[in-house]
Design a protein around this ligand. Structure first.
Ligand SMILES: [Zn+2]
Length: 180
């Protein structure tokens, strides 16, 4: 408990230091940084290791101090971030893959909406325009959600990563309460 308190104080000091000085801080093992993966936690170097760990999402990062960047160490997805001195910038993922994923997401949303619109235009249903429009809107919304989910899974946007962890912890808490 005492150890935890100490690291919390260290974090507070680090935060204040950063707030006070506007000059950039280089990436180093003595500092604490915001987590590039989840955006909610803070990463600090693990004792005796050249590895950073997040206190929220528990991801681990290998650091390259020469290039001032970190890379996700415990994921099959190669994710890397460059430290600008103030904040993280996502290192470029493969642009072809990103293009393919975005293209697929776009088709996933646009194609069903287009198909329903065309088929309703060619064969007008008895429900009238209101029915057609609500059907198109419903299809559009549901497929947009799928597309956003697909893109979030690919890009690992911090809000998505943090949200998923919060949801998982909530579920664990609830199941613990049920078990008790
Ligand atoms: Zn994190």
């Amino acid at each position: 408990m005492g150890e935890r308190k100490e690291t919390e104080t260290q974090r507070e000091i680090a935060k204040e230091k950063r707030a006070l000085s506007q000059q950039s801080i280089p990436l180093g093992y003595q500092q604490v940084y915001s987590c590039p993966a989840c955006g909610s936690g803070q990463i600090s170097a693990m004792a005796m290791m050249d590895v950073f760990a997040c206190d929220f999402c528990r991801h681990m990062f290998t650091a390259n101090l020469q290039t001032q960047s970190v890379q996700l160490a415990d994921s099959v997805q190669p994710m890397a971030w460059h430290w600008t001195g103030h904040r993280w910038r996502a290192a470029h993922q493969s642009e072809t893959t990103a293009g393919l994923v975005w293209g697929f997401a776009l088709i996933l949303t646009a194609a069903p909406v287009g198909l329903i619109s065309i088929s309703n235009y060619v064969f007008p249903p008895s429900g009238g325009l209101q029915f057609v429009l609500s059907w198109v809107a419903l299809t559009g919304v549901s497929h947009s959600i799928m597309s956003v989910w697909l893109l979030a899974e690919y890009h690992r946007w911090p809000w998505y990563v943090a949200g998923r962890i919060r949801l998982q912890r909530l579920r664990e808490q609830l199941s613990e309460q049920w078990a008790a």
